[in-house]
Design a protein around this ligand. Structure first.
Ligand code: OAD
Length: 252
């Protein structure tokens, strides 16, 4: 099938949907200037996961972990949502239900106008007590006044993000799964689909009958399992897809 024929098929499939779920990853924010993780020049080339993104690192050297997240928060100060984020937000004008399940912690979907965003890996803009006293800071403003920031209970705060080896927030993940299994179409945008259980969300949708459309310049671990693959940057493909689907739904 030619790329144009694949695009037409994706647009027709999406236009016929009522409920849409989109799983996003770092690639959707790449065109905003936010680095991805596993590509050349990505964060996991420069930083070691064991030193900045595990519970052991947080317990052993919280300052180093906080410096990593403060660096990412600082980089976000000059970053704006791109046309890919905006196109996903605009889908809400067309469908009964649009849910964004994002692995990203940057908050760019919300800034682009998406109203139902499930952050399965947490947020750069929230912090909570390391010892679980119940204290939370939402939003946790940048910059932190002290690193690591103290908690009122005498412990310290930690970024409210999921570290490697930690469970995803149960309520958020359950909500994401229930939205996925009632979706007619699942979009998978800008993720390498190697980190589980998030990578399984589109497969849960597919098992329940949804058509899965991947948007990514590269093939991924799960491309073969998905139904339609659109190759290219999200910031180009998603606005085109939105426009085509909008037209198709007006005609119908
Ligand atoms: P990765 O860095 O693993 O993958 C980024 C994906 O985005 C790749 O498949 C790229 O081909 C694709 N990509 C690059 N530019 C793009 C563009 N303009 N439009 C669309 N796609 C583009 O990032 P994730 O899949 O998000 O978790 O990584 C998943 C998780 O691993 C992250 O949430 C993070 C990380 O370790 C935690 O920190 C827990």
């Amino acid at each position: 099938m030619t790329p144009d024929a694949r695009f037409d098929e994706a647009a027709r499939t999406l236009a016929a949907a009522e409920r849409v779920v989109a799983l996003s990853g770092a690639g959707i924010s790449a065109e905003s200037g936010v680095p991805t993780f596993r590509e050349s020049g990505g964060l996991w080339e420069e930083y070691r996961i064991e030193e900045v993104a595990t519970p052991e690192a947080l317990a052993g050297n919280p300052r180093k972990v906080w410096e990593f997240y403060e660096m990412r928060r600082q980089n976000m100060q000059s970053v704006e949502p791109n046309p890919g984020h905006v196109a996903l937000a605009e889908l809400e004008t067309l469908f009964e239900e649009v849910t964004i399940v994002t692995q990203n912690i940057d908050g760019l979907h919300q800034r682009a106008g998406s109203t139902r965003v499930l952050e399965v890996h947490g947020s750069l803009w929230k912090a909570k007590c390391l010892e679980g006293c119940g204290a939370r800071r939402d939003p946790f403003p940048w910059p932190a006044s002290q690193i690591p920031p103290p908690c009122e209970c005498g412990s310290i705060l930690r970024p409210e993000v999921v570290l490697f080896g930690e469970m995803l927030p149960t309520d958020v993940f359950e909500e994401a799964t229930s939205r996925a299994v009632r979706a007619d179409v699942a979009l998978v945008v800008g993720t390498s689909s190697v980190v589980w259980p998030a990578a399984g969300i589109p497969l849960a949708a597919q098992s329940a009958g949804a058509i899965v459309i991947e948007v990514n310049p590269e093939a991924t671990e799960l491309t073969e399992r998905f139904d339609i693959s659109l190759r290219g940057p999200a910031g180009e493909i998603l606005p085109r897809l939105y426009e085509r689907v909008d037209k198709l739904r007006r005609v119908a």
